[in-house]
Design a protein around this ligand. Structure first.
Ligand SMILES: NC(=O)c1ccc[n+]([C@@H]2O[C@H](COP(=O)([O-])OP(=O)(O)OC[C@H]3O[C@@H](n4cnc5c(N)ncnc54)[C@H](O)[C@@H]3O)[C@@H](O)[C@H]2O)c1
Length: 320
């Protein structure tokens, strides 16, 4: 249970991301009031969240009886006003479109409790633009999760130009309370941190397969059996810290020229045609078999949680 236990939040927009946020909040003991413009999607999300909690309970990721407790904390709502009633936090999960977000934020700012924080799940939009001209721009902030947030904890937190410092502090606090790992950014860049770094690696992977250097399996293997094993424990700098006896400073000073010459060699504009995409798709199906998307996703979610549990059991050394 968390320090925010008993608080009420609203989840507005209940597609892939909204439904997973429902789990994050209710699992941590908060009441989640759930609303989607499309009532069918809202009902489907509530059913999904309940089934997902039951499956987690069967697999031991939720304590016995926990799924039923989570279920009781979900409040399906048939209007936005009903969802916002009593909510001190709003997790906006509407479509990724600036005009829609701006309209939705206008409504949220007019109707939500004056002290409520309005957090957006946006993957790419700048809160300065979304909240432009709103009386309550100071309470608007980006809290960008990774799919699915009830499994992957990192949330990129990005204030807009007018976001109040207390809102930033309260956002970091609430996200930590509910078991997420908030990461604060100092300013907006397209793609934020995660998608930007992911795009850099994917660009090179696409280039390597497109130019015939290696197969899809070989490229995936160097991540899943190499880079990724370390990256599940540490980031690029933490990993670099273990690559030389003098730590990351020593490592980068010694290998800086090698990195620089590779950067100069990287392909800035790989072939991303249908032909290359087909080659990637067929190569990936050859690893996992046809129609494996769902079972592979379930295995991913199970294993991510087991890795997270191991990291809690055997944490890294810390400066504290
Ligand atoms: N899917 C991902 O992998 C992912 C990851 C991180 C962040 N995000 C972000 O999360 C947000 C939601 O993404 P998604 O993939 O869940 O989208 P989605 O299309 O699956 O869901 C959006 C939902 O919003 C509803 N909606 C539309 N207008 C609305 C309104 N005015 N009020 C209430 N509900 C409304 C739609 O009916 C739909 O159910 C986007 O901003 C997206 O960029 C997505």
């Amino acid at each position: 249970m968390s320090g925010s236990e008993g608080k009420t939040v609203a989840v507005v927009g209940t597609g892939v991301i909204g439904r997973s946020w429902i789990r994050v909040f209710t699992r941590a003991g908060l009441e989640a009031r759930v609303y989607d413009l499309d009532p069918a999607r809202s009902l489907a999300a509530v059913a999904w969240a309940r089934a997902s909690a039951r499956q987690d309970e069967r697999q031991g990721f939720v304590p016995v009886g926990g799924a039923q407790e989570e279920s009781h904390r979900i409040v399906p709502c048939s209007s936005l006003d009903e969802a916002l009633d009593g909510a001190t936090w709003v997790q906006e999960c509407g479509p990724e479109d600036l005009d829609i977000k701006r309209r939705l934020y206008r409504e949220l700012d007019e109707r939500a409790h004056p002290g409520a924080i309005l957090a957006s799940s946006t993957s790419a939009l700048d809160m300065t633009r979304i909240a432009e001209g709103l009386a309550g721009a100071s309470r608007c902030i980006v809290a960008h999760p990774v799919n699915p947030p009830h499994v992957v904890p990192v949330v990129e937190v990005l204030p807009g130009a007018e976001t109040a410092q207390e809102v930033v502090t309260a956002t970091l606090e609430l996200l930590t309370d509910v078991g997420q790992s908030p990461v604060l950014m100092n300013r907006f860049v397209p793609g934020f941190l995660l998608n930007r770094m992911q795009a850099a690696l994917v660009r090179e992977a696409v280039s390597l397969i497109g130019s015939g250097v290696a197969s899809a399996d070989a490229i995936d293997a160097v991540v899943r059996d190499g880079l990724g094993l370390r990256w599940a424990l540490m980031g690029p700098f933490g990993t670099g810290h273990t690559n030389a006896d003098g730590g990351v400073g020593d490592y980068y000073r010694r290998y800086g020229a090698a990195y620089r010459s590779l950067w100069d060699d990287l392909d800035p504009d790989p072939d991303f045609s249908d032909a290359v995409i087909d080659r990637i798709h067929e190569g990936t199906e050859a690893i996992y078999g046809p129609d494996a998307t769902r079972t592979l996703g379930e295995w991913r979610d199970r294993m991510v949680r087991r890795i997270r549990a191991l990291k809690v059991e055997d944490p890294p050394p810390s400066a504290d």
